[in-house]
Design a protein around this ligand. Sequence first.
Ligand SMILES: Cc1ncc(COP(=O)(O)O)c(C=O)c1O
Length: 404
Amino acid sequence: MDRDENFINDRVCGMLQDFLAETLAKMETQGLRRTLRPIDGAQDRVVTVDGKTYLNFCSNDYLGLANDERIKQAAIAAIKEEGFGAGAARLVCGNFASHRRLEEELACFKKTPRCLVFGSGYAANVGIISSLYGKDDVIFSDRLNHASIVDGIILSRAQLWRYPHNDMVALEERLKSASGFRKKLIVTDTVFSMDGDLAPLDRITALAKQYDCAVMVDEAHALGVLGEQGRGAVEHFMLEGKIDIQMGTLSKAAGGLGAYCCGSTELAEFLINKARSFIYTTALPPSVAATACMALKIIQNEPQRRARLWENARYFSQELRRLGFDTMASVTPIIPILVKDTKVAMSLSRQLFERGILVAAIRPPTVPEGRARLRVTVTAAHTREDFDTALEKIKTAGKTLCLI
Ligand SMILES: Cc1ncc(COP(=O)(O)O)c(C=O)c1O
């Protein structure tokens, strides 16, 4: 049947229809309207869009595991054993062997007594923060923390005291003036997702200790990437045993989906009982948990992937800087090319797409006004040839747009 013939009604109620049309038109004029791009086939260093291949510089698949044969086989084996759908929430009848194994392995890997797995990083942040904190509490949050952290704080109804990005003087001022609260929390991304810089975790934990404050970290872009063993920024800063709440995702370097919260036994038990985004949602398909177990094994057994990732990140950022681009304070495989103007960032991304390079423009509200950029991500799977091809095209497009 023709798709259009199948529509019953392509309009919603009058006022809502006007609101939708006006909002979309406004976003279009401002260059802020987002659209979905179809990817065919697998996630890899090269992807196919509408039958044409592109060098992919916008995936968070840092270790090149999303399409790894061993990961795929782990999923297939688990599907044969445990089926596909979990059928219910973990607390009902969705607590499969693969979930339990993943939690045991993650707790062991992160050297914490317990771990609880969530359906996604977004769900984890929202559920952890909103269940642990409430209206009598205060949360100190870096201005560039991920949206899911901000949403968790809003949902918690705790007071949100933002501090300027990585500004420890400002954080201390806020800590000093916070009195009368029942509980206090400092929460931070460890690798900032849009800037690629690191939170000064050593200084944050020292301040937390001084002002009797708990610390929560989001290791979404650090698991598998930072630390000799890939345990993240907590390992990198040698702070194991000193962070109260360690959250991270299985959707980036681990190549799959899901997230974890590692910490004490009481913390895990509390979240099982109180975190609404854990309780009121269907469990991850057990095969997804099984793939995360395989990814953890690879992260630990193949340090050469991490070495390759860092070698690639260093090469690409150094060459971009040499060409005259502003890559901000990035020190990780997330390399922003600061453009500032939203329309110029969109134009740069479009020109690169026309030349076979896939790299996303990041605009407000994801980044502050006047800080639009291309967000280049480098993976262990990229080759020197990939970088040199991309650099040539970025240089040409950058010159056309007077960026260098
Ligand atoms: C820092 C950070 N935290 C949390 C998330 C959410 O994770 P997920 O994509 O697994 O929902 C992301 C990315 O999407 C992120 O960059």
